[in-house]
Design a protein around this ligand. Sequence first.
Ligand code: G3P
Length: 224
Amino acid sequence: MQLWLDTAKIEEIREIASWGILSGVTTNPSLMQRAGTADRKTVTQQIAEVVGGPVSAEVISTDCEGMLAEAREIVTWSPHVLVKIPTIPEGLKAMREISRWDPPQEGWPVPRVNATLIFSPNQALLAATAGAAYVSPFLGRLDDAGHDGMQIVRDIVEIFSIYGFDCQVIAASIRHPLHVTQAALAGADIATIPYAVLKKMIQHPLTDKGLKAFLDDWAKVAGK
Ligand code: G3P
């Protein structure tokens, strides 16, 4: 499973990328607001340069024509960019259209869509059928609403496997490290993880305690 960061803050991305474990990044309008910028193009290009892998940039339009107009521009920003489109009827129309586009430049991949705001297996089935290359089930928001968000991820992974959909599952709206473990066990292709959760994933008190004991013991013997 690939580990992506769910943030538009470049300093967070640089720090986690320096660990050598980061494969991609997802942004959305709320994350742009938290990063304090409306300059999607510059932020997306900066992130793409740091990560060298997929970066999702979300459209603001809610009608197909508007989404397509935004997507036409977004796909020129970087060969790494994914166009993030909400999973609504107008979004499905846009996904179908974008999935037929040629690469914006020679040597670049074909435009790829990340279908976002997915809360049911049927929405994922529709998005994959419409040509989305990625689907993003928001498991944390489902948990918040009293549902089992991870079961949606499991169901989508199983449906895509049964029918051989060429569509990757991004476990999104992750709230804590256990969600990442469960997403990996569910067979999600990717988990897009908030910075604070990724930092928690590396922490364990027994690691700190064990390291301190090793260093203390070494100091005793080496100081003899
Ligand atoms: O990638 C989707 C994610 O940003 C949504 O997370 O925490 O706003 O539910 P959250």
